[in-house]
Write a new protein. Sequence first.
Length: 202
Amino acid sequence: MYITPGGCDFREHLKHGMGADMVILELFIRFVLIGAVSIGGGLATIPYLLDLGNATGWFDSAYVFNMIALSEATPGPIGINLATLVGVSVGGWLGGLVASIGITLVGVTFMVLLAHKMRTYRDHRLVKRIIKGLRPIMIGLHFSVIVVLWQSLLKDVYHDVFVLGYSVVLIGLCSVLTLKYSWKPVHIILFCASCGLGVGCV
């Protein structure tokens, strides 16, 4: 059964007259476009995925944020992981494959062409200035995603003081463990998963 909680049953598209081939084609086109404009890394895909869910009704924002958590806890770039999970929920394993190819197509093509030129011009003064100018933009893009995630967290848990307090404490604790004690991401993920299991048992 091609369905994930918060996602969309693939067979529902068939009931409404949209053939399987058209669903796969739409997945590919949409993720090619997302990959083409997601400048700043995998996290930059999140706003576009939220827009995609609103435009198509394939999934809701809660599903996207659940997939973010799952993508961060699994190996591989978060952008590709998100595309795969969303693609599978909409179009089964073929949808996941097509979405993954689509979101990487433009970036991989561009980087292959750029890498060839960078070997020649990487020490050029103009290239160095461009790269220095891009660094603050990357920080700004990632910060904007953090704001979006934080707003979603507050929206989901504002009515539950315990969950809100738990979330704030855990964010602070993870920051301390990372910055002061140099915990690796895998350790933070395992720690947070264990905390989530513990809270769920209360």
